[in-house]
Structures are given as C-alpha cells and as structure tokens.
Design a protein around this ligand. Structure first.
Ligand code: SF4
Length: 419
C-alpha cells in the first residue's frame, strides 16, 4: 500500500466503489487506459484513411478495448505486449488531428480549421497550446491530492465565458504562460508523476480545447518517454510552480516497468460527442464541473447556449459507460434556487451514488469583483460570497435528496461547522 491507499477517505464505500479503477491505476496495481490502448492494433493505414473510416475503426475497436480493460480489471489478466503500429492510441491521435482541421472538440462546433486558421472559433485558439503553470496541487479533493498532490497542468483559454471565473487570469488570457509542444507537455506530466503525484490532472481554463496536444502527449508517454533530455526538462521547468522540492520516486510511476499514471479529465464538460469517444479510451477518472441549472443562467452568466443539455448528456454518457467520476458544483450567491437545487435534483435522479463535492469557496472574481477594474454591474447579483444560509441550504437539500456528498465535501474539516 502507498500513501494514497492509506487515506481514511477510502473507508467510505461510496468513494471506494466509484473510484476503484482510478485508485488501482494511481497505485500502479493496474495499467492506465492509455497503456491498454497500445495493446490493440489496427490494420488501417491512418494517414491515408478518410475521417469516416477512422471513426468507423474507433467504433469497431472500442468494444475490443473495453473487454480488455474489464479482463485486466476483474480477472487480473496481464497487460500483454504493445501491439504493432498503428495501434488504438495512434488512431485516437490521428482523429484528434483530423478534428482540429474542422474543429468540433466542443459543443460550439465552430468548424474552423485551427491547423491553418483564417478564422478562430469561440475559444480563440489556433493549433498552439499554452500552459500557464503546473504543480503538485494540494487543494483538490483528498482522493486526488492525496499526500503528494494532484499533478495539475493548467491550460489557457476557455470555451465558456463565466463572468465569475475563479481562474480568470488563465481563462480570459489565451496568451498566458508558455507555448507547449506535445513533448514538453509529456515531460511536464512525466515530471509530476515521477515526483509522486497521484494522477495527471488536465485542467484549464478549459482542457477540451487542447485535445489534440494532450492526446499527442499521452501518446508520447505511452511510447515510453523514459528519460526526457536535459533540454526537455529545462524547457518544461520554466512554468513549474512548486514551492517544495520533491524526491524522484520512479517506483511510484511505473506499471510493468513502464510509465503509468491515471489520467484525470477536469473539465466544464461542454464537449462534443466525438471528443467523448476519443477520451473514453484515454481517461481513467472524470471530474466534471456542473455549474448551471436548466434556465437561462448559463446564458446570462457564461454566454453559453445549450449548456444543460450538453453537460447532462455527457454526464449520462460516462455514467452509462461505468466510468470513475466525481462531480463538482460551486454554490453561487443568489443562484441556489435556479442552479444548485436543479443540479442536485438531476444528480439525485440520474446518478445518486456519484460522490458530489458541493463547493462553498465561490468568491467574486473576474467581471464580478466590485473592487476590480473589470467589474461589470450587470453581475451585481453575484458580486459577493454566498451566505452561510445559502451554503447550509445547499447541504440540507443534498442530504434530503440522499446524495453522496458529505465525505467529499467536508473532508477538509472546515465545512462541517455549517451543518
Ligand atoms: S474547441 Fe470548441 S470553441 Fe474552440 S474552435 Fe473548437 S469547437 Fe470552437
């Protein structure tokens, strides 16, 4: 057993049941999905195939892949050798590159060619990805931060426009941070895991809009980025933002002698079906942020149409797939009735067993901070912290609905004074 396994939080069956695959990969008892994807070959010539043919091949291989995941998970079957190229991971990489040329990574479905941009989509990005910073995140949920942190990589820009964004410096400034190619990105992930991080936490801004770079980086990790060069490390270290020095712990980063780490998708979940289908092969645990109710709040506060149907659709999908996940919901001032309650009701109706973190740390930020230069008076109703009564009512409602929220919400031992 390692540091993560020993934490008290796993004594809650609701947590352990829902995150058992993630924990097994984090502890290197099982290989991450991206490692399994490399054991499944395709006879398709990827560069020559039409995009339709590539999707068709993904449809064909996904059940084969899932069956192998189940045999490894439930029957203890060994990983098996890497397949000859191209394999399923190569197929995912090729599909992400094709999608970039008519971008449909997310529900905006902008259809712009980000590889040779004459026009930009809602996220304002071309092909380049930038990382603002990355580090051992010790503020995430205990199941993710463990003792040595969640290996969190923050990308710039976003496909939503939340006026209150709690990471506005990153999401509203697409040129923040450092340009990364897949090799630098893979080096960042490698470094975090070698230093003991329990997972690789892909986040932003929004992460979906960087799908092509991330898939390519995961692919390089699968190829055994065994020891990045001095130059790789020097480049990657430029935006690493850890306060402590960490020992190198190679044993905590390997399964069967090769790099291993659970991939965590920390996202607003405003993704396209196509992005979901690729990610199903790569992601070990999902961390969706479920913000707004079914009314107009996603439009008025985030200028995002079709929010409810998209996010609930994607949540239903990963739930039906039997994926590991926890949900986050941030309680906003004056939005308990229109957002918090409908969100909690939906979770209670569709996936009541999924651990849900009801977060109380909202603070007015970005366009909602009355003391900031960017303040927009249209957002006066959310220009304050939630009251204790609003937080207490949110918890009361979750409890009445029978949600599994208490362990994951109160584990820092602060919030339970509100009950
Ligand atoms: S990632 Fe989304 S917002 Fe950005 S160009 Fe693609 S479809 Fe549009």
């Amino acid at each position: 057993m390692s540091a993560l396994d020993q934490l008290w939080v796993w004594n809650d069956p609701a947590i352990k049941d829902r995150l058992s695959w993630y924990l097994a990969v984090a502890e290197n008892r099982k290989p991450a999905k991206f490692r399994i994807a490399r054991t499944i070959t395709t006879a398709l010539s990827l560069a020559d195939a039409s995009e339709d043919a590539l999707w068709h091949e993904l449809e064909r291989l996904t059940p084969v892949f899932l069956e192998r995941v189940l045999r490894i998970r439930d029957k203890g079957e060994p990983l098996g050798p890497t397949a000859s190229r191209p394999h399923l991971l190569d197929l995912c990489r090729e599909l992400a590159q094709r999608m970039l040329r008519h971008c449909n990574f997310c529900r905006w479905n902008c259809r712009v060619d980000r590889s040779a941009p004459a026009k930009l989509g809602t996220c304002k990005l071309a092909a380049e990805s930038r990382v603002s910073t990355y580090f051992h995140h010790t503020g995430e949920e205990l199941v993710y931060r463990g003792r040595l942190g969640s290996g969190t990589i923050f990308f710039t820009s976003c496909n939503m426009r939340c006026a209150f964004c709690q990471n506005g410096d990153i999401s509203t400034d697409k040129d923040n941070g450092m340009r990364v190619d897949p090799r630098t990105l893979a080096t960042m992930a490698w470094l975090l895991r070698m230093e003991g991080c329990h997972n690789i936490n892909w986040v932003g801004g929004e992460v979906t809009i960087h799908l092509h770079t991330i898939v390519e980086a995961i692919s390089l990790l699968g190829d055994g980025l065994a020891s990045p060069s001095r130059d790789d490390l020097r480049t990657a270290l430029r935006v690493k933002n850890d306060w402590s020095l960490y020992d190198s712990l190679p044993a905590s980063a390997q399964y069967g002698g090769a790099f291993n780490a659970p991939m965590l998708w920390n996202s607003n979940f405003f993704m396209s079906d196509e992005a979901m289908r690729i990610l199903r092969v790569l992601i070990d645990v999902w961390l969706p942020d479920f913000k707004f109710g079914p009314g107009r709040c996603a439009i008025t506060l985030a200028r995002t149409p079709r929010y409810w149907e998209t996010v609930t659709g994607n949540l239903e999908l990963i739930h039906r797939w039997g994926e590991d996940l926890t949900i986050r919901h941030l309680v906003m001032p004056n939005h308990v009735e229109c957002c918090t309650k409908p969100v909690l009701e939906w979770i209670a109706e569709h996936m009541p067993e999924v651990p849900t973190n009801i977060m109380d740390q909202y603070h007015p930020d970005t366009f909602c901070d009355p003391s900031g230069e960017k303040f927009d008076p249209r957002y006066t109703d959310i220009a304050r912290r939630p009251t204790m009564a609003e937080i207490r009512e949110s918890y009361r409602y979750a409890k009445a609905l029978g949600l599994k929220y208490e362990t994951i919400t109160h584990e820092k031992g602060l919030a339970d004074i509100f009950i």
